[in-house]
Design a protein around this ligand. Sequence first.
Ligand SMILES: [Zn+2]
Length: 207
Amino acid sequence: MIKSFYPIIVILLFISCGEDETPMMDLTPAEPIVVAEAQYTLPYPVGESYNVIQGNNTSGTHQGSFRFSYDFGMAIGDTITAARGGVVVFVHEDFLDSDPLRANKIVLLHADGSLARYVHLTHRGALKTLGDSVLRGEAIALSGDSGLGNAHLHFDVINVPQPGCGPTYCASEDCSTRFTVFANASGSLNQELQEATGYLALPFRQE
Ligand SMILES: [Zn+2]
């Protein structure tokens, strides 16, 4: 009985789906995206996708000096990669994931003097140490839950020098963030990322 219906179901499916089906737009470029030194790539491995759980200028904590920060919904232990090459100038990794106030972080100094902050790392989650040179896309840390209470990666770039901010003490200071876009964010190449939206990290190569 079931067998006799099977060809009919297949035909109906073919008729209903076959004619006006528009192919899904493939957002993946045929070639890796070429990225200049001063650009940024998403701070997680190519092929991975994460939601922006807090965007720029949002009502949570991304206001004022933090207005150009992004939060990515990464879980404890997920791999964080360098969004731009640089030198490690600040590392905190001793705080526990359950610590509600103190956040682990790793900070990279770029060629133009700006600094990228990767915050809320897991306990002992730094994969690089002070003074290490890091290439774009290299794994630098493991995401975590330190300092807040919900696991995610807080990422931003700050300009230095500015009053109260510098390579060795910026991480805990209230420094103004710089508007940052990502060259390999699927569906949002070099545009501001939107909250509650997932972004796949597309393949890239350094210029
Ligand atoms: Zn944040």
